[in-house]
Design a protein around this ligand. Structure first.
Ligand SMILES: [Zn+2]
Ligand SMILES: [Zn+2]
Length: 81
């Protein structure tokens, strides 16, 4: 029995600005259900709705970003502080 990783639920909440952004979130990789394991995944969205560039260092680190890496438009970030 194969269970999909729960991280995919966040993808449905992303407002996509372009196909590159969409494919990053919607492409599911059979080899790597965890996006941090997949070299094809560049951007991550955490449970708080923040975006980050995945650091493929074998862990689950990411660098928080405020602009979309492909088209440079501001991301829809959760209001904080
Ligand atoms: Zn874009
Ligand atoms: Zn992969």
């Amino acid at each position: 029995m194969v269970l999909k990783s729960p991280v995919v639920i966040y993808a449905t909440r992303v407002a996509y600005c372009c196909d590159t952004m969409r494919s990053n979130f919607e492409t599911s990789c059979d080899l790597h259900p965890d996006p941090f394991d997949c070299p094809d995944r560049l951007v991550w969205r955490d449970a708080q709705g923040r975006f980050g560039l995945i650091l493929h260092d074998g862990g689950s680190s990411y660098v928080q970003i405020k602009y979309r890496p492909w088209c440079g438009t501001p991301l829809d970030l959760p209001k904080s502080g």
